[in-house]
Design a binder for this molecule. Structure first.
Ligand SMILES: C[S@@+](CC[C@H](N)C(=O)[O-])C[C@H]1O[C@@H](n2cnc3c(N)ncnc32)[C@H](O)[C@@H]1O
Length: 234
């Protein structure tokens, strides 16, 4: 796949565990790829500003937080949900970094570690935190919920873009389901919270398949061991 939107930049300020919190069992998603998928979804969306972005398997909120930083011009609200309550606590901490208060709190935390341990990694974390704080232009509202995405998602809002990196075995697997048509089941749940304009960017391993007839595929791309599909309601 050729990148159309996301530049080949140094994204190390977003390294998980540096300024953004890394929770136990969290996976890492490449920042450039996340940005590319978001921008491609935005291209298909008739709504171009004040976007409500939702991730139904948000884990520690890494993907959502990074996208929040990089897309303050288009994102107005972020919603994350996951089945794992422990990861949701990390998601809240990560998403709080999208405000000056949250980032100042994180900077104070890093400064305290630096004065206690004087590690090079803490100096790097402090520099990255200052760089991320300088990126902040507005406060993005966020909400975090515990939902089983295969059963019921109880959102009041209809998200404009749903971007999610689904479990695919190695590090994280689906909780609560053994069936092999699992992505179709996920799409059945998502159907209820989509407006006709909602655009879904679904990231999965290249072995996973979608056959849900309630949605049409707008795009499909493969990158290494991953693939993503962009869908909307038929
Ligand atoms: C690949 S990880 C997503 C990582 C996330 N994008 C991030 O930035 O940290 C997949 C997530 O799906 C969650 N998950 C597994 N089964 C689920 C279910 N039935 N409903 C909702 N989330 C589920 C896992 O807890 C895990 O956090």
């Amino acid at each position: 796949m050729e990148y159309k939107y996301a530049k080949n930049e140094n994204y190390e300020d977003f390294a998980s565990g540096r300024v953004l919190y890394h929770g136990r069992g969290m996976t890492n998603f490449p920042v450039r790829l996340a940005q590319e998928i978001y921008k491609r979804c935005l291209q298909f969306s008739p709504i171009k500003e004040d976007i409500c972005l939702y991730d139904c398997c948000c884990g520690g909120g890494y993907l959502l937080t990074v996208l929040g930083f990089l897309n303050q011009d288009t994102i107005g609200r972020i919603i994350g949900s996951d089945i794992n309550p422990e990861l949701l606590e990390t998601a809240k901490k990560n998403l709080s970094l999208l405000s000056e208060e949250g980032m100042n709190k994180r900077i104070a935390e890093i400064k305290e570690m630096l004065s206690s341990y004087q590690k090079q990694s803490h100096i790097e974390a402090l520099n990255s935190a200052i760089a991320l704080r300088n990126m902040l232009r507005k406060k993005i509202k966020f909400e975090v919920y515990r939902f089983d995405a295969l059963k019921e998602i109880n959102l009041k809002a209809k998200p404009d873009i749903i971007l999610t990196d689904v479990p695919y075995g190695n590090m994280v697997d689906w909780t609560g389901n053994e069936e092999n048509n699992i992505l179709d089941k996920l799409l059945d749940t998502l159907y209820g919270i989509c407006s006709p304009d909602t655009v879904i960017g679904l990231c999965m391993s290249k072995k996973q398949k979608i056959r849900n007839e309630k949605f049409i595929r707008l795009e499909k791309q493969q990158i290494g061991k991953r693939k993503f599909e962009i869908l909307k309601k038929d």
